[in-house]
Design a protein around this ligand. Structure first.
Ligand SMILES: Cc1cc2nc3c(=O)[nH]c(=O)nc-3n(C[C@H](O)[C@H](O)[C@H](O)COP(=O)(O)OP(=O)(O)OC[C@H]3O[C@@H](n4cnc5c(N)ncnc54)[C@H](O)[C@@H]3O)c2cc1C
Ligand SMILES: NC(=O)c1ccc[n+]([C@@H]2O[C@H](COP(=O)([O-])OP(=O)(O)OC[C@H]3O[C@@H](n4cnc5c(N)ncnc54)[C@H](OP(=O)(O)O)[C@@H]3O)[C@@H](O)[C@H]2O)c1
Length: 447
């Protein structure tokens, strides 16, 4: 099997290169935490062997990072996605300048080697040595067509292609009227590059050299113009679920990724003050890593309250284990779609525990948030409320407290809210806009 390595763009950034290097993460365990149910998604905890984590043979960079607490619960790692065979083959069918793929390998487990790909710095492998299938599998984000890609074909037609904007790219290029009009280089130019995905591990085990992650299927479906309902998911979920399905204890697929020590996402170790832990869905992962770490080190975590937001009771993850770690603290669930009664989000549960929250914050404690970006708004509003009811503050004073104490604008390192949030649309709403603005600095639009 040919093996190539695709370095992440992050590698070209200055910093701790030894530890940021791309490495083989070997799957050693896959545990299914939740099966698909009505309105529920599957969830897994998957464990990788990470070579540079093993104590023996640590380089100085690794040792320094461990000493600096960067490789502990709350750290982040990055995985490099690959578009799977089905997506790549379907996309190639619709392009004007490429044959059906010749490659009979498996994109999910055959990864690319020793060098960089077109579009990245210092390309060691001449692009002509890579097949179109390899290029598509490893470099192009196929989530959905950018408006720039759509405008290439829209310009010549009166049809309103905008309504196809949510189709996966491989379906878009095969639409009647578009098939055979876009090229591989169009895709490479106008789609975002396939970038690494961040994860906050649910276990960091330095002794075994293992890291675990919690992931769930992200539900998403779109209607194809021909009437089919397409169940799409992000590139990483497609890739991870492919790899998970191939896992057997004797065959341990490898994923490429790196320990991203440039930013420790949730600094649980900054002090011993009380911690309120809040997470939605698999966003409990880093909190669980922290509680597991405390248990392994024989420490009692100072966690008076943990709030977990899930859709219904059957979506609880690692419930017994969590309860075991919190004998003195409260574990509270917020069910957004319960079988009976009204749904609530984590902020309602936060409000119901206003006294505990206020006491913890007054004692120098912090809130640790992990999960969806949009949960922060609800948490902020609830904190304002708590400052008024428990702290007796006026609305104006509560706002000032939120800004100056909770977020501490003067000293952001000493704020009360530690967060690791995921934007729903990481490329299309944010990075892609910036990339396009760079291509055309005048107005951020393409011509
Ligand atoms: C610091 C940090 C830590 C994180 N830790 C974790 C973690 O521990 N566990 C975890 O699961 N995640 C974590 N995430 C999120 C993770 O990095 C990925 O963003 C997440 O796994 C989704 O990646 P993806 O490739 O599956 O989706 P993306 O490709 O990023 O897609 C984004 C969204 O678009 C939707 N989508 C895909 N195709 C289409 C389409 N054609 N039309 C419309 N919508 C579409 C997908 O359903 C998805 O919701 C973390 C993020 C950050 C920033
Ligand atoms: N940044 C990180 O470190 C990190 C770590 C792990 C996971 N994640 C991310 O976290 C998410 C977890 O996915 P998941 O499927 O397990 O769960 P999820 O989609 O986050 O859903 C969990 C619960 O959150 C609720 N929710 C939706 N909007 C909310 C809001 N504005 N405020 C509060 N709660 C809200 C959902 O309710 P409804 O669906 O009923 O509206 C559901 O009950 C993914 O996006 C994942 O990528 C991030």
């Amino acid at each position: 099997m040919n093996r190539y390595t695709i370095p992440s763009p992050a590698l070209s950034e200055p910093g701790d290169k030894a530890i940021n290097r791309i490495q083989d993460l070997r799957l050693v365990r896959v545990e299914k935490l939740r099966d698909e149910g009505i309105g529920s998604t599957r969830a897994w905890e998957i464990t990788f062997k990470v070579p540079s984590l093993q104590q023996a043979g640590l380089g100085s960079a690794e040792e320094a990072a461990i000493k600096a607490n960067q490789i502990r619960a709350g750290m982040q790692i990055a995985l490099l996605p690959v578009n799977n065979n089905a997506r790549v083959e379907r996309a190639l069918e619709g392009l004007k300048d490429v044959q059906r793929p010749q490659w009979k390998g498996n994109m999910a487990t055959d990864t690319l080697v020793q060098g960089q790909l077109p579009g990245r710095d210092n390309a060691f492998i001449p692009p002509q040595m890579l097949s179109p299938a390899q290029i598509l599998a490893h470099t192009v984000d196929l989530t959905r067509p950018t408006k720039e890609l759509m405008s290439l074909v829209m310009a010549e037609s009166n049809e309103n292609w905008g309504s196809y904007a949510t189709l996966p790219v491989e379906e878009f290029v095969n639409l009647e009227g578009i098939r055979g009009r876009l090229s591989l280089s169009d895709l490479q130019k106008w789609q975002p590059p396939l970038e690494n995905r961040k994860y906050t591990p649910s276990r960091v085990d330095l002794k075994k050299g293992e890291i675990s992650l919690m992931v769930s299927d992200t539900p998403c479906s779109v209607q194809h113009p021909d009437g089919r309902t397409l169940h799409c998911h992000g590139s990483m979920m497609g890739y991870l679920s492919d790899v998970i399905d191939q896992f057997t204890p004797s065959q341990q697929p490898v994923i490429h990724g790196f320990l991203d020590v440039r930013k420790h996402k949730l600094p649980y170790h900054k002090d011993e003050a009380p911690k309120i832990l809040i997470g939605t869905g698999v966003g409990i992962a880093p909190h669980l890593a922290y509680l597991r770490e405390c248990a392994a080190e024989g420490k009692n975590p100072n966690v008076p309250l943990m709030i977990v937001g899930v859709r219904r009771e059957s979506e609880q993850l690692r419930d017994n284990e969590l309860r075991g770690y919190l004998p003195r603290g409260t574990l509270q669930y917020a069910y957004s779609r319960p079988a009976l009664g009204e749904g609530q989000y984590v902020d309602t549960a936060l409000k119901a525990n206003a006294k505990t929250v206020w006491q913890a914050l007054q004692a120098g404690g912090s809130l640790y948030l992990c999960g969806r970006e949009d949960m922060r708004k609800g948490v902020d509003a609830t904190l304002l409320d708590i400052a008024r009811t428990e702290g007796g503050k006026s609305l104006e004073d509560a706002k000032t407290w939120l800004k100056e104490v909770v977020y501490n604008k003067d000293n952001p390192k000493e704020h009360l809210l530690e967060e690791s949030m995921s934007f729903h649309d990481r490329f299309y709403e944010d990075k892609h806009k910036k990339r396009m603005a760079k291509l055309n600095p005048e107005n951020g639009k393409t011509t």
